[in-house]
Design a protein around this ligand. Structure first.
Ligand code: ADP
Length: 204
């Protein structure tokens, strides 16, 4: 419970099981984490495309995109990063509850914040699959599709993950994608395999 008082949970008249059964859907969150330029947006968007083309509800929550709207009031301070991830975790949980595969693509550098999102999903009885998009810093820096590493090295951006802010890798990810060794297609197949292994691709 947050700061609001006299707020009561309204259960509604439709259970999750009924919703998913009527929609022929199964919800979950795939949480992509990794350094900037490791490939989170590229892979999550390719996975989204394959899933939707197969008739599976899927929706991507992309770090940069959400900072245009829901998270437009947040910067990159430690507190703001925590709040950024918390909000995305909550939105992902809602999408998952609604029966979608929520694909979250955020650096989400801190273990504690990602664990909090996992716990929120566990508590709600929703699957949370953490995918570590694992490319070495040197590779990400060389890719640098947005020129951000260069700016960080020049001191034009402070607190940049991997340069002057830490990245804490997952201790026990559900999947590791070494994007410097695997093609984009191989990464997408591995994500689909992960969904399949967890019984999340076929209808209920
Ligand atoms: P992020 O969302 O993690 O910041 P992006 O997806 O925006 O990363 O950028 C990753 C860059 O790396 C893209 O230019 C992409 O084409 C390139 N790339 C090369 N190989 C791969 C791969 N196997 N998986 C994902 N991206 C790759």
């Amino acid at each position: 419970m947050g700061r609001a008082t006299n707020v009561h949970w309204y259960q509604g008249s439709l259970t999750r099981e009924e919703r998913w059964s009527h929609l022929g859907a199964k919800g979950c969150t795939i949480w992509f984490t990794g350094l900037s330029a490791s490939g989170k947006s590229t892979i999550s968007s390719a996975v989204e495309k394959v899933l939707v083309s197969r008739g599976v509800r899927a929706y991507r929550l992309d770090g940069d995109n959400l900072r245009h709207g829901l998270n437009a009031d947040l910067g990159f301070s430690a507190d703001d990063r925590v709040e950024n991830v918390r909000r995305v975790g909550e939105v992902a949980r809602l999408f998952a509850d609604a029966g979608s595969v929520a694909l979250s693509a955020f650096i989400s550098p801190y273990l504690r914040d990602r664990d909090a999102c996992r716990q929120a999903h566990d508590k709600a009885g929703l699957p949370f699959l953490e995918v570590f998009v694992d490319a070495p810093l040197a590779v990400c820096e060389q890719r640098d599709p947005k020129g951000l590493y260069q700016k960080a090295r020049e001191g034009l951006i402070q607190g940049f993950t991997g340069i002057d802010d830490p990245y804490e890798p997952p201790r026990n990810p559900d999947l590791v994608l070494k994007t410097h060794e695997m093609s984009i297609d191989q990464c997408v197949d591995a994500c689909l395999g992960l969904l399949e292994q967890n019984g999340l691709l076929s209808g209920p």
